[in-house]
Ligand binder design. Structure first.
Ligand code: 3PG
Length: 399
């Protein structure tokens, strides 16, 4: 189902769905990881003589044009990375798109404006989505699905368009699926999963699916306080999901029954207020069983970081999703740094999954090549690991 299955692409118009959903500060791209990850497939198609039409979304605009979410700066960055001119259409399927696409020569590349400026893209109504997919399909002779970060979305440019054009899986999606499969099917042991981020409720599916596959699950980030509370500790003003306390108790019990170890931090970096504004952070390290009533946890402590690093040192397979603390603020970045560094030393498969942890790794200045794989998918990689069917993959694999 790879690009080769599409045959000779010389002169053919190929619509590529990429995930170019990058963080922006105004019109400045603050992390271009996803754009860089999309380059090899676009270049491959261009070198094959295709007329490449890139379709992608940015953010969550409300189904109509919104200049704050224009892909124009992203198209500019893509051109720099490709080292060639990239044409930009000011709409997705309108007059500008038609004109830009018909002006492409063999090997040329164009980017269409944010596909979510069209209500049809994300509509729950199959017919509405289908009608929009028809319009997208008219712009091309073939479709390549390469936006791994969106394959969990049943949306027109991910799913419906693949029903309308000869379609293939791009190299990025193929690699992502390949690596993530190694985390679920016969992983090399010891297999350690590190979970962080703010909410337990975002990670339930992953814990459910990996609790009988992993040897150890290390937990940090905001989600840890619901676990600590479930163990009977007070957590001060830390983030807490009361409605997940029973679930956390069940996980702790299940882990004990299945001989999977859930490792919780023994110390926590707290402060009396969430960082921000002019206030200088006042980090204090306390035992995780003695979080003061007026304090909130913002990172795992140094002892826990060391313990997590030790657990990772002999792992042969590691999946990490979610920062260990508020890594954007130096005073609370220690845990995330320690875990990231430990991952770079893993002699086996180390996978960083999820938008936040991938961004953390880059923002903290780590060399990406030190990790086995940094997934471009946030929700998509989690849903894959939850064992869910991903519509954007299923549509390509249907017989
Ligand atoms: C992501 O950022 O995870 C993907 O680009 C998907 O974006 P979405 O959650 O807005 O569909």
């Amino acid at each position: 189902s790879g690009i080769k299955s599409l045959g000779d692409l010389t002169g053919k118009r190929v619509l590529v769905r990429s995930d170019l959903n990058v963080p922006l500060d105004g019109s400045t791209i603050t992390d271009d990881g996803r754009i860089r990850a999309s380059v090899p497939t676009i270049r491959q198609l261009s070198e094959a003589g295709a007329r490449v039409v890139v379709v992608a979304h940015l953010g969550r605009p409300k189904g109509e044009p919104d200049p704050a979410y224009s892909l124009a700066p992203v198209a500019g960055r893509l051109g720099e990375l490709l080292g060639r001119e990239v044409a930009f259409a000011h709409d997705t399927v309108g007059a500008s798109a038609t004109e830009v696409v018909s002006g492409l020569g063999d090997g040329d590349v164009a980017v269409l404006e944010n596909v979510r400026f069209n209500a049809g893209e994300t509509s729950k109504d199959d017919d509405v989505r289908g009608a929009f997919a028809d319009q997208l399909a008219q712009l091309a002779d073939a479709f390549v699905s390469d936006g791994f970060g969106v394959v969990h979305r049943k949306q027109a440019s991910v799913y419906d368009v693949a029903l309308r054009l000869p379609s293939a899986m791009g190299g990025l999606v193929a690699t992502e699926i390949d690596v993530l499969r190694r985390l679920t099917v016969d992983p090399e042991r010891p297999y350690v999963v590190v979970l962080g981020g703010s909410k337990v409720s975002d990670k339930l599916g992953v814990i459910d699916n990996l609790i009988d596959k992993a040897d150890k699950i290390l937990i940090g980030g905001g989600m840890v306080f619901t676990f600590l509370k479930a163990q009977g500790h007070e957590v001060g003003t830390s983030l807490l999901e009361e409605d997940q306390l029973d679930t956390c108790r069940r996980y702790l019990q299940e882990a004990a029954d299945r001989e999977v170890e859930i490792v919780l931090p023994t110390d926590i970096v707290v402060d009396t207020a969430f960082p921000g504004g002019d206030r200088e952070p006042q980090p204090v390290v306390v035992p995780s069983s003695e979080i003061p009533a007026d304090s909130l946890g913002l990172d795992i402590g140094p002892e826990s970081g060391q313990r997590f690093a030790d657990e990772l040192s002999d792992a042969r397979t590691v999946f990490w999703n979610g920062p260990m603390g508020v890594f954007e603020v130096d005073a609370f970045a220690g845990g995330t740094k320690t875990v990231a560094e430990a991952l770079t030393r893993v002699e086996g498969l180390s996978v960083v999954g999820g938008g936040d942890s991938a961004a953390a790794v880059r923002q903290l200045g780590f060399d990406e090549s030190a990790f086995g794989h940094i997934s471009t998918g946030g929700g998509a990689s989690l849903e894959f690991l939850e064992g869910k069917e991903l519509p954007g993959i299923a549509v390509l694999e249907r017989g």
